[in-house]
Design a protein around this ligand. Structure first.
Ligand code: CO
Length: 224
């Protein structure tokens, strides 16, 4: 017998009720305070991958993390969606940190690396393919695909940090003296841990040096 699909997704409503109850049990004013204001200090730009839930992996509560996620955590200069999130976070919420967080084993990055056709998303992932071509020498022809993929996941984060730094939104914020730091992080699905890739930028003059330092670390992998 074919079972009927759960058209109302009762389980999710049930989970939601349990979650809301547990929050109120911990703090009876929790939702009252959230309604009054949100004051996150961090903007998270991460991958849409369901295994990388932003709030959970840094153990932050609702109200503490402003989030933008897309396939392969890409920041494109003409993406009005991402730019609007960035602008709102910086100009209106006054967040202090932008965290670009990739993850190892990213399917989007993998598709860009091996040229796998997905569909419409191929056009989006072409931005990652550009990163791949730009840094071909760091990806090592003889490396197994898995290692190459993980290296491209890192390089993609670093390039997206550069893109964030180059937006008019971030440049204007630094110009007017707003304290704002951009971070390059990567998450491992295998152990649930975050790693800082070291491109941490809090002013307009630092980006070039930080990128040079960071890419120098990949020189070891280059063919001689
Ligand atoms: Co991903």
């Amino acid at each position: 017998m074919v079972t009927q699909p759960d058209v109302t997704l009762d389980k999710l409503f049930h989970n939601n009720r349990e979650w809301a109850d547990s929050m109120v049990k911990q703090d009876p004013d929790f939702f009252k305070k959230l309604v009054a204001q949100q004051s996150p200090e961090y903007l998270w730009i991460g991958c849409s991958d369901s295994r990388v839930p932003a709030n959970e992996i840094v153990n932050l509560q609702p109200g503490e993390l402003f989030v933008h996620r897309n396939v392969a955590n890409v920041v494109v200069h003409t993406d009005l969606n991402c730019l609007s999130v960035l602008q709102f976070a910086i100009d209106v919420l006054g967040i202090k940190h932008v965290i670009v967080c990739g993850h190892y084993g990213c399917s989007g990055v993998h598709a860009a690396l091996v040229g796998k056709r997905i569909g419409l998303a191929d056009n989006w992932l072409h931005h990652v393919h550009d990163v791949c071509q730009k840094h071909e020498r760091y990806l090592g022809e003889v490396l197994p695909t898995r290692e190459k993929l993980n290296r491209l996941c890192e390089l993609n984060v670093i390039e997206q940090v550069a893109n964030v730094c180059q937006t008019t939104i971030v440049r204007d914020a630094w110009e007017r003296g707003q304290l704002l730091t951009i971070h390059s992080w990567i998450y491992s699905l295998e152990d649930g841990l975050l790693r800082d890739l070291g491109v941490t930028v809090n002013g307009p003059d630092q980006l070039a040096d930080k990128l040079r330092e960071s890419f120098a670390r990949y020189e070891d992998y280059c063919p001689t």
